[in-house]
Ligand binder design. Structure first.
Ligand SMILES: [Zn+2]
Length: 356
């Protein structure tokens, strides 16, 4: 990060750029690239933790007996780290954080750091760990960002004890926030429905255990023969980080979240790339299995999982490139008020695929 120091800013005053401000904190604030720098740093921390777990220096917590092991959850502006309440684990965690601080140039704010203990941690051990970590203890550990910190007695209340959803009755158990949103059908299994419910409740969740479960999806998507810009685009679409109006509104930008084309529905990634009538017209023109695919989901990520599962390379490549073209069509309409004919979108996508 030492090399990232070239940014400077000007401010528009009466339409003219003035001043020459050099930021001394943070990584290129305001530069679209800074998000990727942040991800690179976060990935570094993630790798250090994973390495420590692999070599037995740290111990992750199990979501349930024999369930998924969780060592960390990285959110947009919060990180949760899990380890055993022992001096050994704590010291190793401190070493990792110290290394991360030196490598990234970032510093952990102890005043904003809290410790959560499980109910069966002995008071003496709590004291030792609190001293080692030098952070305050949060007593209210039932829920944090909507996640139960420790598995509760009630299965309906606990994300962890639900596991991957395979053993849960879709209607017999009280776990869906809006049961009517989920239609019965071959295309939506319980696992998918559970993950949709989780994502609806945690729209800002960053890297979490589902991302690692999707290695097969990433492997297949990233191995497609397509330009890097399309690959990056698909990644951003799956992680729901494209600047759609709905995403901007959620991030408190003063904007009407309705779609500019239809004016009726919220402009989500799924709406633009798959659902709204114009997109349907485009997909109806594509040859192959895509033409007849009408998978229903509220999340583009779920659509991607469905596609990767059902389609071969010959259909996946046109799907990704046409999605990218649809997004560009949306941008042309949004910013330049230019309308594009569905046939034109397909032609552009086809020629891009052939060129590559
Ligand atoms: Zn629309």
């Amino acid at each position: 990060m030492e090399t990232v120091r070239l940014a400077s800013y000007s401010i528009l005053i009466n339409g003219e750029p003035r001043g020459h401000i050099t930021p001394t904190r943070g990584i290129k604030q305001g530069d679209p690239f800074s998000l990727y720098l942040f991800l690179l740093c976060a990935k570094g921390l993630s790798s250090l933790l994973r390495h420590a777990i692999g070599s037995g220096q740290l111990h992750a917590i199990a979501s349930c007996q024999g369930g998924v092991q969780v060592s960390h959850l990285l959110f947009a502006n919060n990180s949760l780290l899990f380890c055993k309440a022992t001096p050994g684990d704590c010291q190793n965690l401190l070493n990792i954080l110290a290394l991360y601080e030196v490598a990234s140039g970032q510093t952990i704010n102890r005043n904003k750091t809290s410790i959560f203990f499980s109910r069966n941690t002995k008071p003496e051990m709590r004291g030792v760990i609190r001293q080692m970590l030098g952070a305050q203890v949060m007593e209210d550990y039932e829920k944090y960002l909507g996640l139960p910190m420790v598995g509760g007695k009630s299965k309906e209340r606990s994300v962890w004890e639900v596991g991957d959803g395979r053993s849960i009755g879709i209607r017999s158990h009280k776990w869906l926030p809006h049961p009517s949103r989920f239609k019965d059908g071959a295309d939506q299994d319980l696992r998918t429905a559970y993950q949709v419910a989780f994502r609806l409740n945690h729209p800002h969740s960053g890297e979490h255990s589902f991302a690692s479960q999707d290695q097969r999806l990433w492997k297949k998507l990233l191995s497609l023969n397509m330009p890097p810009k399309v690959r990056t685009f698909m990644w951003r679409a799956c992680y729901n980080v494209l600047p759609t109006k709905s995403n901007l509104a959620q991030r408190k930008v003063q904007i009407d979240s309705k779609c500019s084309f239809c004016g009726k529905q919220d402009e989500t990634i799924q709406h633009i790339l798959w659902e709204f009538p114009f997109a349907r017209n485009v997909w109806a023109l594509v040859r192959g299995k895509l033409q007849k695919s009408n998978f229903v989901t509220e999340e583009f990520f779920m659509l991607a999982r469905h596609m990767v599962h059902r389609l071969g390379r010959n259909d996946l490549e046109p799907w990704a490139i046409t999605s990218w073209s649809l997004w560009n069509t949306r941008n042309r309409f949004q910013f330049k008020h230019v309308r594009t004919h569905p046939c034109e979108i397909l032609q552009q996508a086809e020629s891009l695929l052939e060129e590559y």
